[in-house]
Design a protein around this ligand. Structure first.
Ligand code: IPM
Ligand code: MG
Length: 371
């Protein structure tokens, strides 16, 4: 029997609460598919800084390297750690993304009809929305050097610098990834940049124009990031695949999450070219939401983004398409049945806890037909 190894890095804040539910669902889905999975837990983020002296230890990096996939919760967040320390919890995520070459971050956005009322946007704007943001994840402002705060000299105040840098190769590989994805979807690619201001964006646009010739079946359009931010809530149906650099992708996906009603609904998959020991795509899977310190430990967190991330893990890194579909159907079912965590509940609706929501999905999954 095939056995998979998954590194489970729950992290800080609500990370452990939502990851526990996702791990349960993942385990059950793999079992239903007639396979076995070994879940290996390790510390990451602030918890790892306090107990192991680094946001992610060498042992944990090695564990991730030899696993089929990483199931990740959340790290950092206001109120944890020391803001002036050299050790920041987010570094764990940056190192994982960089060292594991997870340059393509897929963030699918498809509102559930039953949740349309949870969004701040009108029903007419949301119907039929089905888009995916392909965010470049290992370049740009997140990694460029220099990046520092400099003390002022000669009576002047301090200054700070960050560096946005991209190579043609980095742009080309993410753009090709997005085109290939678009070919399997509605064949419309929107490349988002700020070419009227940034050199990185002008290079980005040049690469997209060159590469587009290899994908004549895909319709390409360029959009400036500010205009995209507007179009995303004016006419989100117009989008199929959006490809963009690291920070623009970060910002636009928080915005796009509101199309689904809540940040607590949006999963993500970070992928590269690496293959697993079983011949599938290695990846890291995490909800796009953060640590949410304001609700940590209260059972209020929505575990669905984490559970849907586990579904993506099943699909891409374990090659268990049907198991992935079964988890997604289970989520759709519990939503249709009216299960709501506070973030997706409308006034007067009854709310369930993180644990109850996880248990409901697990119940729907195990009640569904065996594969
Ligand atoms: C995300 C998060 C991270 C990011 C934070 C936690 C550093 O916002 O994955 O979207 O900016 O990449
Ligand atoms: Mg973000």
């Amino acid at each position: 029997m095939e056995t998979y190894t998954i590194a489970v890095l729950a992290g800080d804040g609500i990370g452990p609460e939502v990851t526990t539910e996702a791990a349960r669902v993942l385990e059950a889905a793999v079992k239903q598919a007639g396979r076995t999975v070994a879940l290996r837990e390790a510390l990451v983020g602030q918890a790892a800084i306090e107990r192991e002296g680094a946001a992610i230890s060498e042992e944990t990096m090695a564990l991730c390297q030899r696993s089929d996939a990483v199931l990740f919760g959340a790290v950092g967040g206001a109120g944890v750690g020391n803001p002036n320390s050299k050790q920041q919890p987010e570094q764990a995520l940056f190192r994982l993304r960089k060292d594991l070459e997870l340059f393509a971050n897929l963030r699918p956005v498809r509102p559930y009809p039953a949740l349309v009322g949870a969004s701040t946007l009108k029903r007419s704007v949301l119907s039929g929305v089905d888009l995916v943001v392909v965010r470049e994840l290992t370049g740009g402002l997140y990694y460029g050097k220099p990046s520092e705060i400099r003390d002022g000299v000669d009576g002047k105040g301090a200054s700070a610098v960050d560096t946005m840098a991209y190579t043609e190769e980095e742009i080309e590989r993410i753009v090709r990834y997005a085109y290939t994805l678009a070919q399997g979807r509605r064949k419309r690619l929107t490349s988002v940049d700020k070419a009227n201001v940034l050199s990185c964006s002008r290079l980005w646009r040049r690469v997209v124009d060159r590469v587009s010739a290899d994908y004549p079946d895909v319709e390409t359009r360029h959009l400036l990031v500010d205009s995209c931010a507007m179009a995303l809530i004016r006419s989100p149906r117009d989008f199929d695949v959006i490809v963009t650099e690291n920070m623009f992708g970060d910002i636009l996906t928080d915005e796009a999450s509101m199309l689904t009603g809540s940040m607590g609904m949006l999963p993500s998959a970070s992928l590269g070219l690496r293959k697993t020991a079983h011949g599938h795509q290695f990846g890291l899977y995490e909800p796009i939401h953060g640590t949410a310190p304001d609700i940590t430990g209260q059972g209020k967190a929505n575990p669905l983004a984490a559970i849907l991330s586990a579904a993506l893990l099943l699909r891409y890194s374990l090659g268990l398409q049907r198991a992935a579909g079964a988890v997604e159907r289970a989520v759709r079912q519990v939503i249709a049945q009216g299960y709501r965590t506070p973030d997706i509940a409308r006034p007067g609706e009854q709310v369930v806890s993180t644990r109850e929501m996880g248990a409901a999905v697990l119940g729907a999954l195990t009640a569904s037909k065996k594969e």
